[in-house]
Write a protein that binds this ligand. Structure first.
Ligand code: GDP
Ligand code: MG
Length: 166
């Protein structure tokens, strides 16, 4: 019998950066969409066969149209094990706001042991070729604000989706 481990993973970032598309792309055929209108969150479940003995279940929380810094984000962040902060490479302001999202998370939520929630930074829409943010800036921001790491992605073309999540 394989052990099953469940992790809550939240996805944050400005409107239109590609969060919902990312969840669809990553989860694809096992996609489930449960509308929770009270808090405006979509959930999807991705099961990963990690090893013979372990399945990992990622419960992905998509903030779905509530992308503002309000008291509501505290509810959304609660008990998160990990976080993806996404921005749009072709929209500089979404990169600047990625820092605000990270700070909002850190100010409202920690792991059970008090450590910061591990965050991955995703620079989406690399297919567009309308880059407003250079790699050096991302690298610097990633270090300064304690992200685990970052990757460019194209949800549209399916570039670096599984790789970055792994
Ligand atoms: P959300 O508001 O962050 O959930 O963003 P959506 O997933 O709704 O995507 C916003 C728009 O960006 C949609 O029109 C998507 O088709 C588009 N989009 C998402 N990812 C990409 C990408 O990697 N490349 C391009 N060119 N468009 C994308
Ligand atoms: Mg969305």
């Amino acid at each position: 019998m394989a052990e099953e481990v469940l992790f809550k993973v939240i996805i944050i970032g400005d409107p239109t950066v590609g969060k919902t598309s990312f969840v669809h792309r990553y989860v694809n055929d096992s996609f489930r969409r449960d509308y929770k209108m009270t808090i405006g969150v979509d959930f999807a479940l991705k099961v990963i066969r990690w090893s013979d003995r372990c399945n990992i279940k990622l419960q992905l929380w998509d903030i779905a149209g509530q992308e503002r810094f309000t008291s509501m984000t505290r509810v959304y962040y609660k008990d998160a094990h990990a976080c993806i902060v996404m921005f749009d490479l072709s929209q500089k302001n979404t990169f600047q706001n990625a820092v605000r999202w990270k700070k909002d998370l850190d100010s409202k939520c920690q792991l059970a042991d008090g450590a910061a929630v591990p965050c991955l930074l995703l620079a989406n829409k690399c297919d567009l070729g309308q880059r407003e943010v250079e790699q050096e800036e991302i690298e610097e921001m990633c270090k300064e604000h304690d992200f685990l790491g970052w990757s460019e992605t194209s949800v549209k073309e399916g570039t670096m989706i599984d790789e970055s999540m792994k």
